[in-house]
Design a protein around this ligand. Structure first.
Ligand SMILES: Nc1ncnc2c1ncn2[C@@H]1O[C@H](COP(=O)(O)OP(=O)(O)O)[C@@H](O)[C@H]1O
Ligand SMILES: [Mg+2]
Length: 477
C-alpha cells in the first residue's frame, strides 16, 4: 500500500526547512529502498546521472539495515561518492514500509567525484551544501520527524478481541470488562436486582439493556427512568402514576412507568438521587411488588425486574444517612462495577473502531480507517466523559472526514488533541509533538508497558522514562 507523504503537514514543514536552510530535498523510498528518485541538488544529480545504480544500491543498503535492525533511530551515512545520506525508517504492520531521506549532504570529508574532471569536481564540491555537526543533527531530526509523521498517517491496526462472548454489543477486552461480562452471563439467567456502579458514560445503560435483551424478559418492555432528571413530585407521578384529581392538572388516571414495565425490566438510573420518600415507595415495590399511585387508594401489583445504576458510592451514602440502608441491601444484591475509560485505555482503539462502524451511514462506501496519529491522540486523552465522550468524538471526526478514506490526527478536536497541530508552531514544538505522538502510540500499542514500548521505539527504557518525564506524559500514560 502506498504511503501518504506529500500531503502531510509535518512533511511540508520538514521539507521547507531542509530546503531553506541547507538546500536539501526530502524524499521517500519504498520499503526495499526502491523508487529512490529525489536528489537534493545539482551535484547529487550529476553523480546520480553517472552512477545511478550505485546511488540506488546505497539507498537499498540503508533500507535493508533498517529492515534488519528494526531500529527507528535515524542514520547519517556516506554513500559511494562520499555524500552523506540522512535517513529514517517508516515501519508498518508488515515491517519496514519505507525510508524518508535527504541525500547528497556534505559532512566532513569532501565527496569523491571521480565521474568528472578534477576542475569540474572542485566546482561541484564547492556547490554542495556542507553541514556542521550541529546542522547534521538538526537535519536528521527533521528527516526523523517527517518519517514519524508518515508512519502515523498509516492506517492503525486494531487488534481483534481475543475474548468471545454472546454480548457482542459490549466492546472491550480489558480485564475489568471481562469480569463484567463473566458476571453478566450469570446475571441474565437470574431475576435478582442488579446495581451497576460507574461514572457517567461508562456503559451502565448498555449493560442494563444487555441484561434485559439476553434474558427471559427480552420480549417484554425495557423502561428507563433517570431519577435525577425530575423534581420529586413529577418523578413520583412518572414512576407510579396518579389518579384523576390527585393534583391540579391530573385530569384523568395516568399509569406510571412501573405499570408500563410490567413483565419486563425497569432501569432506574442515578438511583442515588432519589428522595427518601420515593426510596420508601421503591422499597415496597422490591419487597412486595406493589405500589400506590399518587392520590390512589388501591395498591397496584406489578412484576418488574429492577436494574439500578449510580455514579455515586451508595454504601458511603448509607453511612452518611443519605440513602436508606434497607433499600441499599435490596438493590445491592448483585453489583457490577464498570471502570472509567481512562483505566482501560487499551480498549480505546477497539472502541473507536467500533464507533466508526456504528456511525458510518454510507452503505455504498467502506467506512474510513483510523490513522495511527488519530489513535495516538485518542489513546492519550483521559476521557472524563468516558465512552460516551469517545463516541461523540468519533462521530465528529466522521462528519469532518466527509468521504475521506482515512481519519487523521488533524480531525481530532483541539480539546482532545490538546491543541497539538504542526501549523504555525515553532520547530521545537513540532518535533516534541511528533515525539509525543510516537511515544504515546507505542505505549498504546503495548497497553502502557514501557519496556515493550522502549524496545519498539529503539531506545532504552531509561531514555524513554526520561522523555516521558520531559514531555510531561507521565500522568496520562
Ligand atoms: N463497552 C462498550 N462497547 C460499546 N459501546 C459502549 C460501551 N460502553 C458504552 N458504550 C456506548 O457509549 C454510550 C454511553 O453509554 P451508556 O450506557 O449510556 O453510559 P452510562 O449509562 O454509564 O452513562 C452509549 O452509546 C453506549 O452504547
Ligand atoms: Mg446513563
Amino acid at each position: 500500500m502506498a504511503l501518504t507523504f506529500d500531503s502531510l503537514a509535518e512533511v511540508a514543514v520538514a521539507r521547507d526547512l531542509l530546503r531553506r536552510w541547507w538546500g536539501l530535498e526530502l524524499g521517500l523510498t519504498e520499503g526495499d529502498g526502491g523508487g529512490y528518485v529525489r536528489v537534493s541538488h545539482a551535484t547529487c544529480e550529476t553523480v546520480r546521472g553517472a552512477d545511478g545504480p550505485a546511488c540506488t544500491a546505497a539507498m537499498k543498503a540503508i533500507a535493508a539495515a533498517f529492515a534488519k535492525s528494526k531500529s527507528r533511530e535515524p542514520v547519517a551515512q556516506r554513500c559511494h561518492a562520499g555524500f552523506t545520506i540522512l535517513a529514517a525508517p517508516v515501519f508498518g504492520a508488515k515491517g519496514l514500509a519505507g525510508v524518508v531521506y535527504a541525500s547528497g549532504a556534505r559532512h566532513g570529508e569532501p565527496p569523491n567525484l571521480t565521474m568528472c574532471s578534477p576542475e569540474e569536481a572542485a566546482t561541484l564540491a564547492a556547490a554542495t551544501p556542507a553541514l556542521s555537526d550541529d546542522d547534521l543533527a538538526r537535519a536528521r531530526d527533521l528527516v526523523a520527524a517527517a518519517a514519524a509523521a508518515v508512519e502515523r498517517s498509516q492506517p492503525a491496526e486494531v487488534p481483534a478481541t481475543t475474548h468471545a462472548h454472546p454480548f457482542t454489543e459490549i466492546v472491550g477486552d480489558a480485564p475489568a470488562v471481562r469480569d463484567v461480562v463473566k458476571l453478566l452471563q450469570k446475571v441474565v439467567r437470574s431475576e435478582a436486582t442488579v446495581l451497576v456502579h460507574g461514572e457517567s458514560g461508562t456503559g451502565k445503560e448498555l449493560i442494563a439493556r444487555a441484561i434485559h435483551y439476553h434474558g427471559p424478559r427480552a420480549k417484554k418492555p425495557f423502561v428507563v427512568q433517570n431519577c435525577s432528571a425530575f423534581n420529586d413530585n413529577l418523578l413520583e407521578s412518572a414512576l407510579f402514576g396518579h389518579v384523576r384529581g390527585a393534583f391540579t392538572g391530573a385530569v384523568k388516571d395516568q399509569a406510571g412507568l412501573f405499570q408500563v414495565a410490567d413483565g419486563g425490566t425497569f432501569f432506574l438510573d442515578e438511583i442515588g438521587d432519589m428522595s427518601s420518600a420515593l426510596q420508601v415507595k421503591l422499597l415496597r415495590v422490591l419487597q412486595e411488588g406493589t405500589f400506590m399511585p399518587v392520590g390512589g387508594t388501591k395498591p397496584v401489583k406489578v412484576d418488574v425486574r429492577i436494574i439500578a445504576a449510580s455514579h455515586k458510592d451508595l454504601a458511603a451514602m448509607v453511612a452518611h444517612k443519605q440513602f436508606r440502608e434497607d433499600l441499599f441491601y435490596r438493590v445491592n444484591v448483585l453489583k457490577l462495577t464498570v471502570p472509567p475509560l481512562r483505566e482501560r485505555a487499551s480498549d480505546i482503539p477497539r472502541l473507536a473502531q467500533h464507533f466508526v462502524k456504528k456511525h458510518w451511514k454510507n452503505a455504498s462506501q467502506q467506512a474510513p480507517r483510523l490513522s495511527q496519529g488519530a489513535l495516538a491522540r485518542l489513546v492519550a486523552y483521559p476521557w472524563p466523559g468516558n465512552i460516551r465522550e469517545l463516541e461523540n468524538e468519533v462521530e465528529r471526526m466522521l462528519v469532518l472526514a466527509g468521504d475521506a478514506t482515512e481519519l487523521t490526527g488533524g480531525m481530532v478536536s483541539a480539546r482532545v488533541a490538546g491543541g497539538a497541530s504542526a501549523i504555525g508552531k515553532p520547530l521545537r514544538d513540532v518535533l516534541a509533538n511528533a515525539e509525543t505522538d510516537a511515544i504515546v502510540a507505542a505505549l498504546g500499542r503495548h497497553a502502557g508497558d514501557r519496556p515493550a514500548a522502549a524496545a519498539e521505539l529503539g531506545v532504552s527504557h531509561a531514555y524513554l522514562d526520561a522523555r516521558i518525564a520531559a514531555l510531561g506524559l507521565g500522568s496520562s500514560s
